[in-house]
Design a protein around this ligand. Sequence first.
Ligand code: ZN
Ligand code: ZN
Length: 216
Amino acid sequence: MSLKVAVIPVTPLQQNCTVMWDEDTMTGVVIDPGGDVDALKDAVDGLGIKIEKILLTHGHFDHVGGAMDLADDTGAPIIGPHKDDEYITTAVTQRGPEFGITDGRDVSGNSWLEEGDTVSFGNQSLSVYHTPGHTPGHIVFVHEEEKIAQVGDVLFKGSIGRTDFERSNHADLISSITTKLWPLGDDVTFIPGHGPASTFGEERATNPFVGDAELG
Ligand SMILES: [Zn+2]
Ligand SMILES: [Zn+2]
């Protein structure tokens, strides 16, 4: 295997835009290009890779705001999230400015993903799991062989995604974490939408919201 991963925090919300690429073919994907597209393009150019696809975990503006500009620049298609997030992928220009994000664009022309789909680039592939709760159309991307996941705003090191938004659902979020993420294994390393990486095992042992001790 020759999967490589780089995390580039973008926007005032320091969202973890994640670049994954196949070292054999030097082709890759950008997950959640929320903004700061010029910096993202510089980073991708610096890595010397060709972006094949732009992937979205969920529809919040800090995760999708730069997708259209990056698609225009690279010619790569925008794929994801689940269709249930269409109400927010198309509301970036409406919601972003109150959080200091004024250069985001509404997403259009993207295709949607569902539980069980796979997304490939070079000789690598990512599995898609539908993980509603933070938003109804949230998905996560899992590289099964390398045991690396990009989980957006579902789970964080020491915390979980917010569920105080209009179409959030706390019970759904807990269920997504315990029935979709935990079965993937304690040794899976995950990159969250914000903040440092961790492993599912570490969170099961220590997370005050979804740790095994907390959930009994
Ligand atoms: Zn979010
Ligand atoms: Zn976020």
